[in-house]
Design a protein around this ligand. Structure first.
Ligand code: NAD
Ligand code: COI
Length: 334
């Protein structure tokens, strides 16, 4: 059996080599390139592929894999929003993800972004860089005074809630599915409108679908409290960046912590030298603001997460090739 892996980074190699040693019956090949129609041929002779990218998986790439007899794909991450399920079904592909590699990684990053906004850390840092060791005007806010609205109480949202409760924040939550633990604590509100109206800080932890693209738009922002903070460590397209910019301009939104951005593939993963060189005017606009903190979709990026992403994706791909049904199998008919 052979598995071919795409987009392999140096920091993933020790875990991949460990997996290879533990699975001597599997030959592993890899490249640092992403999966495209052109690079699909690198997997020639393999039975399945393991991959990770934030750009769309093109139908041409899937067709090229199928021509080589490969129909098992295992991604190393959670989100499957960059696949077209219709293509996968028509071409007979089986897809697995890694639904739980370390929710704590993303949850900790989320609460750190929130804390940096509440304590105005970017402004404090700028003052420090200018040799200004005074206090004003960077007076901050405490977690225990905040009502935090958590949208999405899945694996990540629930860890966010637990950490926030440790800080003493008041948490309210919204999800289309009610988790029994969160329900028992009485945290759910009935609607997104309730979250918008009551929250001092709003944090997003839902997957991206066609139906919730730009859920945070002008209409949603209008319903929010004045001076709200918004944190997004889920998917960039959940927020309409033009509406976000307008909300920041109007001071309706006091600040935003963004690990993911609308059109992030234009800028993330590359070295620009300076934010002056960013090619997307909305992203540049956001990046220039002291009350907006941007991180390059690295909420997931911890040693624990990276190790689990490799191990679980390779285990899943091996299981698919052996004709098993791993519990990481995605229902592409949904
Ligand atoms: P999960 O599937 O465990 O939880 C998602 C929750 O969202 C579920 O409880 C679901 O019922 C709920 N939901 C779905 N649609 C909804 C809607 N329209 N309104 C309200 N609730 C809705 O997923 P998770 O592991 O918590 O991850 C959440 C998202 O975080 C992923 O889909 C992914 O996009 C993103 N993510 C980002 C990073 C990062 O590095 N920034 C890493 C991993 C995951
Ligand atoms: C995910 O796991 O869905 C992420 O967003 C992490 C990223 C490496 C794609």
């Amino acid at each position: 059996m052979k598995i071919f892996a795409y987009g392999i980074r140096d920091d993933e190699k020790p875990s991949m080599e460990k997996w290879e040693k533990e699975n001597p019956d599997v030959e592993v090949g890899y490249t640092d390139q992403l999966l495209t129609q052109e690079t699909a041929k690198l997997a020639d002779g393999a039975n399945g592929v393991v991959t990770l990218q934030t750009t769309p998986y093109e139908r041409g790439a899937l067709e090229a894999l199928k021509e080589q007899g490969i129909q098992s794909i295992s991604i190393r991450n959670v989100g499957v929003d960059n696949f077209n399920f219709k293509d996968l079904n028509e071409l007979g592909f089986k897809l697995t993800n890694v639904p739980v590699y370390s929710p704590n990684a993303i949850a900790e990053h989320t609460v750190l972004l929130m804390g940096r906004l509440l304590r105005r850390v970017p402004e404090v840092d700028t003052k420090f860089d200018n040799g200004d060791f005074t206090w004003a005007p960077t007076i901050g806010k405490e977690y225990r005074e905040q009502t935090v609205g958590v949208i999405g109480t899945g694996h990540i949202g629930r860890v966010v809630i637990k950490i926030l409760q440790g800080f003493g924040a008041k948490v309210i939550a919204y999800d289309v599915y009610h988790n029994p633990d969160i329900e028992k604590q009485g945290l759910y509100v009935d609607s997104l409108e309730d979250i918008y109206k009551q929250s001092d800080v709003i944090t997003l932890h839902v997957p991206l679908f066609d139906s919730n693209k730009y859920m945070i738009n002008e209409k949603a922002i209008e319903q929010m409290k004045d001076g709200v903070f918004i944190v997004n460590c889920a998917r960039g397209e959940l927020i309409d960046s033009e509406a976000l910019i307008k909300g920041l301009d109007d001071k309706k939104i006091a600040g935003a912590g963004l690990d993911v951005l609308d059109r992030e593939n234009r800028v993330f993963g590359k070295k620009w030298g300076s934010i002056d060189n960013l090619p997307d005017s909305d992203i540049k606009n956001l990046a220039e603001r002291e009350n907006v903190i941007i991180t390059p979709h690295n909420a997931f990026y911890t040693e624990t997460a990276v190790h689990n992403m490799i191990k679980i994706s390779f285990d899943s791909n091996k299981a698919l090739i052996e004709g098993q049904t791993p519990d990481t199998l995605i229902d592409t008919n949904k």
